[in-house]
Design a protein around this ligand. Sequence first.
Ligand code: PA5
Ligand code: NI
Length: 194
Amino acid sequence: MTIPFSFRLEAPDFIPSYYDTHIKRTLSAMQGQFLDQNAYDRMRAEDDTLLYEVYEIHRPEVPGELSHGISIVHPGRVGAEYAMTKGHFHRVLDTSEIYHCLKGHGFMVMESPEGEWAVEELSPGTVLYVLPCWAHRSVNVGAGEDLVTFFAYPGHAGHDYGTIEARGFRKLVLDRNGAPAIVDNPRWVKAASS
Ligand code: PA5
Ligand code: NI
């Protein structure tokens, strides 16, 4: 679009009235990302469950633009681990992102290339700023409810999924006796330079 535009984002579903792409990520896109591989394999054998969806408004990949959209993480677990996004660093590392939680209950798990970490709780009304250089993953801990967030990031930021696929996040969000617990990821691989 080359003239200013607007779209609607309304409860209860928050599916934008305008978008360019609709991405659906299923269990098969998350091979090796969940801690409990046996639970993952059992679920995969039954079904390729839909984990989350992203409605994106694309903008030219230049610094002056803001790509934005809606992320919807469906509720569920793989073993004790709550449903979550793949998570990523931005390809242009020193770019930030802003999230606004519209619905549900979750956490944003974040970490810097140096191994610093942060986990912020998300509930309707939370506005979260992801600092430049920090990887980020949304986790839905809500019982039976979608986690819906609006996000915006610089048009040239891009996505680096490979680093997280190879190293994992330092922290995981697991169900412990019916409540979310933030725990160390035993498989986390620290970056060589940090
Ligand atoms: O740009 C973002 O950080 C979000 O739009 C995410 O892409 C979205 O939440 C889906 O997560 P991921 O890109 O890690 O699959
Ligand atoms: Ni991002």
